[in-house]
Design a binder for this molecule. Structure first.
Ligand SMILES: Cc1cc2nc3c(=O)[nH]c(=O)nc-3n(C[C@H](O)[C@H](O)[C@H](O)COP(=O)(O)OP(=O)(O)OC[C@H]3O[C@@H](n4cnc5c(N)ncnc54)[C@H](O)[C@@H]3O)c2cc1C
Length: 470
């Protein structure tokens, strides 16, 4: 694909469209805005934007896209850059469109129980705005203190509460979207039902910024539960912990708001990274089971029932985190595992496999077998209640052939995941990092449809080119 270049005259035009203060060309900024959380050593070459623009409103976004579309200049939307698939990396250079300056919560609508936000609002700020009205926005990725709502929508981010409330997409009612042509449109509305035409809201959710740019997001709010309790449950083995997961819902009739898993290696790494550990640090696996409700006594009865079941299922202990300190301590450990791996290893791959929950035990055995075959280690953690396992394959610093070994291991794991009815990514997306493996998981008719949809939205292929598809 031949793309237009960003010349001096293009820069002048961008400055007149947005104001010079919203256009950055200094190298430091261009580099900083060209990376996400995939470390640079994983790319075959460095990627760098020619210019970074900071739109302040929908009109700016529309003007940039119309201009770029006419000149076939690539545009890569960017949220907070916490993505784990290289989605915000400008694969073809050109313009990076960063949403740092579209960061207003426009409305909390108490009649319709919705909040409307610009794409650069930090996820936790929407949660806090809802909480001020006794409400909750239930989208809750572990990166929520940093990530932007626009990035969450584009990745259809999951997180800690999917088991009860669904992914980001399930919590989105409407989107204002700017098409690559510059046209502005709304998909969906403040309504809970809508079968008029096709469901374009949920086509955009998870489209990784390849079909349109999200400029406003309407999310639904739910009543905030007054009481929250987390159970920290160490198990002697991974099998016991994983095998216990389906019993929680089946045998108690309760849906926890979170059901998270950490293996021993993950806990060891994060303990080193944050400088503190959790009880029973030498247990092979820990579960975090979060319950919430409006009545303290009812909640106590529920966690006692689950606690008894944990012991029946072989738990070593059940810790009840019913105070802020303990809860913060255990979620700090859970939320920092990903960062710990980045800080402590240079040679690794972070995978994001999702399988039917009944297949998790086979997936875990497969991970062990594959790592053993190639002389690698693994650290596994994730949203086990959703069947979503963050599999981190680790190579020692002295391993010269780490790229080849990890590549073989991940191919074996992908084949196993397909056999188990699983998928390549549960929540982190395909982006630049995983696109070459997509045909292992999607058949030709599906690939053809995806290519066709991209062409309909973006015939000039200017929007986030090189992502999901080539
Ligand atoms: C420590 C850590 C924990 C994490 N935990 C989770 C987790 O629990 N669950 C989870 O799902 N993910 C998690 N992630 C991954 C990441 O945080 C999510 O994918 C998040 O949604 C990305 O948001 P962002 O604002 O950083 O987007 P970016 O990384 O900047 O961009 C992500 C994608 O969105 C596109 N995009 C951004 N803004 C827009 C827009 N306005 N319109 C159209 N496209 C746009 C970009 O082009 C790119 O393709 C985690 C990451 C880290 C580092």
């Amino acid at each position: 694909m031949d793309y237009g270049t960003v010349t001096e005259s293009v820069l002048k035009d961008l400055e007149s469209l947005l104001g010079a203060h919203n256009v950055a060309v200094d190298e430091e900024k261009r580099r900083a805005y060209s990376l996400d959380e995939v470390a640079e050593q994983f790319w075959d070459r460095p990627y760098c934007a020619d210019v970074v623009v900071f739109p302040e409103n929908t009109q700016h976004v529309s003007a940039i896209l119309a201009y770029a579309n006419e000149r076939r200049i690539p545009v890569t939307p960017r949220g907070a850059g916490t993505g784990l698939s290289g989605g915000a990396v400008p694969a073809y250079g050109g313009i990076v469109m960063a949403f740092d300056r579209m960061n207003r919560i426009l409305e909390v609508d108490l009649e319709n129980l919705t909040a409307t936000a610009e794409p650069g609002v930090v996820t936790a700020d929407i949660q806090a705005a809802a909480a001020r009205h006794g409400l909750e926005y239930a989208g809750d990725p572990c990166s929520g203190d940093v990530s932007f709502i626009g990035g969450n929508v584009a990745e259809n981010a999951g997180g800690n509460k999917v088991i009860k409330y669904g992914t980001t997409g399930a919590n989105v009612l409407a989107l204002e979207v700017v098409l690559p042509s510059g046209e502005v449109t709304w998909f969906g509305g403040k309504r809970r039902k809508d079968v008029t035409g096709l469901d374009l809201v949920h086509l955009i959710a998870g489209s990784e910024g390849t079909l349109g740019v999200v400029t406003k997001v309407v999310v639904k709010l739910v009543p905030r539960q007054e009481y929250v309790v987390d159970l920290l449950v160490p198990f002697p083995g991974v099998d016991e912990a994983i095998g216990f997961v389906p019993r929680v819902i089946r045998e108690t009739g309760l849906i926890p708001s979170s059901l998270e898993f950490m293996d021993k290696t993950s806990l060891d790494l994060v303990s080193r990274y944050i400088g503190s550990s959790l009880p029973f640090a030498d247990a092979e696996a820990h579960l975090i089971i979060q319950l919430e409700g409006g009545d303290d006594d009812v909640l106590a009865d529920q966690y006692e029932r689950i606690g008894d079941l944990c012991f029946e299922g072989g738990a070593l202990e059940v810790f009840v985190a019913d105070n802020r300190n303990f809860r913060d301590q255990l979620w700090k450990a859970r939320k920092n595992i990903s960062e710990a791996i980045i800080a402590l290893y240079r040679k690794y791959t972070k995978e994001d496999l999702a399988v039917p929950t009944s297949a998790i035990p086979d997936l875990m055995k497969g991970i062990e077998r594959v790592c053993h075959t190639y002389g690698l280690e693994s650290a596994n953690f994730g949203h086990v209640g959703d069947g979503n396992m963050h599999v981190n394959i680790l190579a020692g610093e002295d391993r010269e052939d780490w790229r080849e070994a990890i590549e073989e291991a991940r191919l074996d794991l992908y084949r196993l995941t397909v056999e188990l009815g699983g998928t390549l990514s549960g929540e982190h997306g395909i982006g630049l990092k995983r696109k070459k493996y997509l045909p292992m998981f999607l058949d030709e008719p599906q690939m053809r449809l995806i290519r066709g949809i991209k062409r309909v939205f973006d015939p000039n292929m200017i929007l986030n080119p090189g992502k999901i598809l080539d």
